[in-house]
Design a protein around this ligand. Structure first.
Ligand code: AMP
Ligand code: DBH
Length: 555
């Protein structure tokens, strides 16, 4: 089938209203460029420059470009077609980019999964996106992804291809797909290029449709705000497919600028510091708990050279985001690491806020930045969607040239997650300074932000409710000095009181990511209720926080 036979947009995608789209084009935000074409342009501009460093492998722009072409041909040969959805779950390896750009060139649609996702999540992505292929690495971090693929395939008959980087066993080896390049018609710049993940707040994670027009605008603008050039060297330390690492400005931003992306398998100082030294890394992005680990690693080795024995002097910028970075820790970054700090408050749904390099110190340390674009509409409202008095805390709503108008195939949820006039309800509670900078003050969504890993409370609750000895359950956050928050499940038992360990094993057997397993389980006879009879999670949060404080375990 040629692309001309396909419906205008991917079914399940909510395009921007025509008027808004016309405005974003006329104003130059949307340029009609595509991912595949940009890589081609960079390969022509800088064929011999390094695009990727991964272990001992060093790929130039020409090589990345060629590998993407070859893989596109190989994917087409085995039957992957335009608009097919392909779940991509890879660790931080160079192949991630060859696979993505190959799929973009083919007009197929990657669905980004994260390495910790297990059977329940991957099966759901495959089912919801009706994926025909799943790309994995053979193993990583002691986990065998082929074993996971076998389980997923047994549950998902629509999955026709399992493609493996490394030892493929009974599956298809990625290395066997480097065919002779062919020319393909890339998808339209205003249609879905990939599906990104949301941390979610209700039920299963939502899929976020992003187009080349909107995503490339956010990448281009981010690259400019962060001062990227062809000399930028980015350490990709967080999971590569995370929206922060991919686009704020992340590895895509660095490739857009013609710079070099250095892949770190892990973000620990032991893995990252030697790479920073060896490759002269200029910027990187971390979640707050990792930033704290880096600061401590440098501090703890004061007798050695700064950097815990490694020369980190090339590092100009450390970006921190994904969860709230407290001002006390933020102010240590400059003195300890000898580089600038940028706070980043973003979301895979769109809106990204950055502190700017010329902001006064107190804004860099004490706020989560301001929106990328003059075209970002940011509102702070009360429970009735009325604007609060400037400076007051309220719900953050946003609309703009790179913020989606709907999740993929989620009509019912979209009616709640967006206002009638298309503003996304972020679920974040913020206050806004006259400069436009936002301070994240809390959260209205029923989610736990475990140091940047988002856990939707009712997703975990639903899994626990399947246990025969669980009558009811409420998952809430509890304060944690390191992760910011951890999760605590309050369980009303049925019959025999189960052991916490048994419940955790039960969840693991159901195939959910480790970070979603409750950090603590408390048994309770009944829940405190709100006036309207709902479980009062605020009271539960206070109860566990007090309990921890009196046990001397919290901050
Ligand atoms: P997601 O929608 O899953 O991409 O997650 C985005 C959410 O992460 C935001 O809506 C915030 O709740 C949270 N978040 C991201 N960056 C920050 C930050 N710098 N400070 C506080 N919360 C953040
Ligand atoms: O947490 C996030 O999702 C996030 C954080 C910083 C994000 O999506 C981003 C920047 O783009």
């Amino acid at each position: 089938m040629s692309n001309a036979d396909l419906p205008e947009y991917l079914p399940g995608f909510t395009p921007w209203p025509q008027q808004a789209a016309a405005h974003y084009r006329a104003a130059g935000y949307w340029t009609g460029e595509t991912f595949g074409a940009i890589l081609r342009a960079r390969a022509q501009q800088y064929p011999a420059r390094l695009a990727l460093v991964c272990g001992v492998r060093r790929w130039t722009y020409a090589e990345l470009d060629q590998r993407s072409d070859q893989l596109a041909a190989g994917f087409a040969r085995i039957g992957i077609r335009p608009r097919d959805r392909v779940v991509v779950q890879l660790p931080n390896i160079a192949e991630f980019f060859a696979v993505c750009f190959a799929l973009f060139r083919l007009g197929a649609i990657p669905v980004f999964a994260l390495p910790p996702h297990r059977r329940a999540e991957i099966s759901y992505f495959c089912a919801h996106a009706e994926a025909t292929a799943y790309v994995i690495a053979d193993q990583d971090g002691g986990f065998d992804y082929r074993q996971l693929a076998r389980q997923v395939r047994a549950e998902q008959p629509g999955l026709q291809h399992i493609i493996v980087v490394g030892q493929a066993e009974e599956f298809c080896a990625l290395d066997s797909l480097y065919d002779q390049p062919q020319t393909f018609a890339e998808a339209r710049p205003d249609d879905v290029a990939f599906l990104q993940l949301s941390g979610g707040s209700t039920g299963l994670p939502k899929l976020i449709p992003r187009t080349p027009d909107d995503y490339l605008y956010s990448i281009r603008a981010s690259a400019e705000i962060c001062g990227l050039t062809a000399d930028s060297i980015y350490l990709c330390a967080l999971p590569v497919a995370h929206n922060f690492t991919l686009s704020s400005p992340g590895s895509f931003g660095v490739l857009y600028a013609g710079g070099c992306v250095v892949m770190a398998r892990r973000a620990s100082p032991d893995d990252a510091f030697p790479l920073i030294e060896a490759e002269r890394v200029t910027l990187t992005a971390l979640v707050p708990p990792l930033a704290m680990v880096w600061l401590d690693a440098v501090n703890n080795r004061v007798n050695e050279r700064a950097g815990g024995g490694h020369d980190l002097s090339s590092l100009q910028l450390l970006q921190v985001g994904g969860a709230k970075f407290t001002a006390e820790v933020a102010q240590r970054v400059g003195p300890v690491l000898g580089c600038s700090l940028q706070q980043v408050f973003g979301m895979a749904e769109g809106l990204v806020n950055y502190t700017r390099h010329d902001d006064p110190e107190q804004l860099i340390v004490g706020t989560q930045g301001r929106a990328i674009s003059a075209a970002d509409e940011v509102r702070v409202v009360d429970d009735e969607d009325r604007d609060v008095t400037p400076g007051e805390v309220g719900h953050l709503l946003t609309r703009g040239p790179y913020t989606i108008r709907g999740y993929y195939k989620a009509e019912e949820h979209n009616a709640r997650a967006f206002t009638a006039d298309g503003f996304y309800r972020t679920g974040d509670l913020v206050s806004q300074l006259p400069s436009g900078h936002l301070v994240v003050e809390g959260r209205a969504k029923d989610q736990i932000n475990r140091g940047g890993d988002k856990v939707a409370a009712d997703e975990v609750e639903n899994h626990l409710l399947a246990h025969p000895n669980v009558h009811d359950v409420a998952l809430v956050s509890m304060p944690d000095a390191y992760l910011g928050e951890r999760s605590c499940a309050f369980v009303i038992p049925r019959g025999v009181v189960p052991r916490a360990l048994e419940l955790n094993n039960f969840l693991r057997e159901r195939g959910i990511a480790q970070y979603k397993i409750p950090d603590r389980i408390e048994f309770i006879d009944r829940f405190p209720k709100t006036g309207v009879g709902k479980v009062n999670k605020r009271v539960l949060r206070e109860r566990i926080a007090e309990q921890l404080a009196s046990a001397g375990k919290s901050l």
